[in-house]
Design a protein around this ligand. Sequence first.
Ligand code: ARG
Length: 465
Amino acid sequence: MSKLWGGRFTKETNKLVEQFTASIEFDQRLAIEDITGSLAHVQMLTECNVISEEDAEQIKSGLSILQRKIEDDKLDFYIEHEDIHMNIEKHLIDEIGPVGGKLHTGRSRNDQVATDMHLYLRERTIEFIDSVEAVQGALLSQASTHVETIVPGYTHLQRAQPISFAHHLLAYFWMFERDKERLKDSMKRINVLPLGAGALAGTTFPIDRERVAEILQFDSVYANSIDAVSDRDFIAEFLSIASIIMTHISRLSEELVIWSSQEFGFIELDDSFCTGSSIMPQKKNPDVPELLRAKTGRTYGNLIGLLTVLKGLPLAYNKDMQEDKEGMFDTVETLDGSLKLLAPMIETMAVNEKAMRKAVTEDYSNATDIADYLVTKGMPFREAHDIIGRVVLYAIKSQKYLLDLSIVEYKRFSPLFEEDIFDILEPEHVMNARDSHGGTATSQVKKQIEQAESKLNSSNKSPNI
Ligand code: ARG
């Protein structure tokens, strides 16, 4: 098959070179975006009298035929035509004749591919904002039923202070809220139009870039044609945001794995989200959170891969930049699948309140409150900390918990202890005593849930388009 750029060449391309340089295998995912960009381009060309209305109509109807074929999965792509842009142009010329060759007037594949990627990531970003919200919704609904459920809070994975299980889940809600803000903010940089930059320096034709931006609903056009075709920051930014989201998903997954172990037994993932063992009949494995945790690695890899491709590139376009795609597609698929699994998995997980309760009563996580008790009676905190350290040591040696010690035993450590110490040590009291703004007291958690609900309800999904 003859090449669209074949004129200057005297030899056929080596088959291995053809395979090595082609991107059609993966960039066919951009087929619809490519046609969308072309339709806007040809519309502008005719409005600017660069091509006749008649030619433009033919090109548009040819592109629409191709679009339908793509949607019906009836368009074949060929490695000989290298990438999606030239495959579509070739098909267009086959469909409507030589007039199809006028489509590429005043543009280059360099501004074309950049435009396709902007269009593609804009759609995906809008979808991801929705999927992150679905996860937030699932967290919020579990949180709403577990405001009063007490669970050990950990630092260093050592029991630290009892907290509301809702409070713990809501910590993830806010992490995902920041992710959503990052996605929305990135739209400012995604929603900028490169088309019209030509190969790198602009074009000799009297084009109207603002008009193309208007048709494609871009907020603005790149101010510099070299920047327009060289910029892949918006992809690196997406990969970075996706990596942060996956980090959050991974941390939550790690907790789900730990919590569903027999050692913790705090939650049980729904049967429909677990798998069994081929040898051990009793096993119910948390494969989904394990894979979510692991897939985070490839999203980091894709980010570092692209940054590494870009770091040594001179301006403007270099073929190296074709390597921006596979990692991006992979991250899009990974993130999409991960978010879509996470929401229903959280929604359907069962919470074992009894096991959580047992854990908070069989530990020393109320120790801080005894120290605070002595502080309210006038003792400096540092002195109180030391005394309670010795109380805990004594209790551990006597194989008792802090609620099991008698007042006589407490008074041996300080005469400031009175009977009311036992009320203070109850887990509910310990939790509800943390009534500071953003704390774990149920009154605060309820306020937080209201705040979270209003965030979700007020969410403006696509601020810029
Ligand atoms: N397939 C190419 C890519 O993805 C399109 C741009 C090609 N431009 C060029 N001058 N060879 O980067």
